[in-house]
Design a protein around this ligand. Sequence first.
Ligand SMILES: N[C@@H](Cc1ccc(O)cc1)C(=O)O
Length: 422
Amino acid sequence: MSDILDELQWRGLLQQHTDLDALREALSAGPITFYTGYDPTAKSLHHGHLVQLIVMRHLQNAGHKPIALVGGATGLIGDPRMSGERTLNEADVVAQWAQALREQIARFLSFEGDNGAVMVNNYDWTAPMSAISLLRDLGKYFRLGTMIAKDTVARRLASDEGISFTEFSYQLLQANDFLELYRRHGVTLQTGGNDQWGNLLGGVELVRKAEGASVHCLTTPLITKADGTKFGKSEGGAVWLDPELLSPYAFYQFWLGADDADVVRFLKVFTFLSREEIEELAEATAQRPKAREAQRALARAVTELVHGAQALADAEAATAALWGGGDLRAVSPATLLEAIAGLEVGELELGEATIVDALVATGQEKGRNAARKTIAQGGAYINNEKVADDERVLTTDDVLPGGLILVRKGRRNLAVVKVVGA
Ligand SMILES: N[C@@H](Cc1ccc(O)cc1)C(=O)O
């Protein structure tokens, strides 16, 4: 159990922490109970939360007991962020999102055995707290100077927009959660992203002042891409864990597309592959980058972790069928629809339409002459089969489930013909 901190360190999952020797000692002396909190600010968690869930699982695998906290109360207040004051969400929406998060989180932890996970909601102890108790009992432990010095608060205070008393008070509630969980469950460690450092320390201090106990916290670094672009193609730049917000196919493609400069770091952070396996994949990337073995291993591991074995199998089948000459008719209609989301779509009626029309209608080619040239050079495909004849007519035999025909130009440019009319 003693090497869990080394493991997290090696994986690049450790950024800041309270006294390291004391933490190491606590972790090696026997199972501890720790907690990580998630606020319902959307209907789904994303890759940033995934890092936290993975840290929880590493700690649980090492024998420690996880408490996953859903912020039913804190989600109503809003942790101040740099980009400005949050708009308050309706209470019933927050409650609904809290439930959705609970279900997502549960899939990453084991609820069996002595160190089985426990789920809590801070609404349970925060909602009944009175204004007088908040100000008189809790407030007395907090010094204003410390509160306004916290990173985000300080910067928001200095901004034109400033900060509301609502968001300013957030840190009291999170600190109180640590105290409450220390009292109820003997929690002695809180983990979180590095943006949570101030909030985590607030809890450590509160437990020390109110209970005279010394507890710990640690943060994970913010995981970024080497080229500085945002994580994920979706709006807001998030890789959502909810398959309705990001299909398992698109999720798989995101990891498959990882840069060589990122892939080894991502394997350490986002998978449970062993040190040996990751070192082998690092070697493969250095020796044969074109084979993209590490990317495939990454995409497989993360997709299976988040969406399960069946979704991974579907995503792989769709990838092979779309890009690798696999059997398109073996792909389920639902997966096919996911896989073509985001591709260029052109509409055609069957009858006279040829491969030339398909290339032009989908915008793969600007004009008919260019299309003919591509076909003559052997660069045109219908449903992954090379077409050499530029008079080749599209027929009902070409139509895939959902009324679609795939048209490809060269190796990489894939588009969809949507068959219209009777
Ligand atoms: N403040 C955390 C969520 C959280 C809420 C309550 C806690 O007790 C702990 C963590 C975040 O924004 O991600």
